[in-house]
Design a protein around this ligand. Sequence first.
Ligand code: SAH
Ligand code: DHB
Ligand code: MG
Length: 230
Amino acid sequence: MSVDDAEMSQDDDWRRVDAFLQSLQPPDPVLDAAYARAAAAGLPDIAVSPLQGRWLTVLARAIDARRILEIGTLGGYSSICLGRGLPADGRLITLEIDARHAEVARQNLDAAGLSAIVDVRVGPAMAALEAMTPAEPFDIVFIDADKTGYPAYLRRVRPLVRHGGLIVADNVVRKGAVADVAGGGADARAVREYLQIAGADSGLLTTVLQTVGAKGHDGFAISIVTQTVR
Ligand code: SAH
Ligand code: DHB
Ligand code: MG
């Protein structure tokens, strides 16, 4: 068996197990429809997987989140998962540069019954972040937009998160490219820098969960704020 074949069967195995674990979940026509609408609109197939989305919902519930910020909306799949973790009077602000993505997301959030608590803002994330102040801090920030922006997003959102709040970043492993310190490309360098900044911040407790499954081999960084900065 060649190295390629070995990788292929390993990847198949991750997908098979993910599908099995997913099959144990209750049916979710709302999320299924959100995937379908995004696919029909030609959006890239890069949303979090159903089980990863569930993890976001669990996290939000676990810390009784009331205010969440998401960077990178796409078709609103992860937004629905985060929004589901909020109380009826909670707030999710989600930032998206592509107006077409934002429109699909609005439709999906509407169909999910979440439009009242979700604010989809169109434009470059950094411009929106620069206008935000710690006056209304977030319980969770989920970073999932352009990977090269991750270091700047982390620095910018750091003062916007409450003590005990979470900063979560998707796609920080990228099939292991994060550890290819001699290369790995611009995205890998940027997520590595993100992890270096998080790791060196004495007011953050950070860990990385490598993930395998429907999305191949990747990972989430998760940091809890133990010391706020202003
Ligand atoms: N969180 C989504 C996936 C996001 S994909 C989910 O899991 O369902 C990344 C998204 O970030 C894309 O929709 C892309 O258009 C958006 N994006 C890329 N660069 C951006 C920027 N500078 N500001 C805001 N959004 C950006
Ligand atoms: C890709 C995957 C993601 O989850 C994302 O947020 C952006 C890009 C990708 O596979 O290219
Ligand atoms: Mg992602």
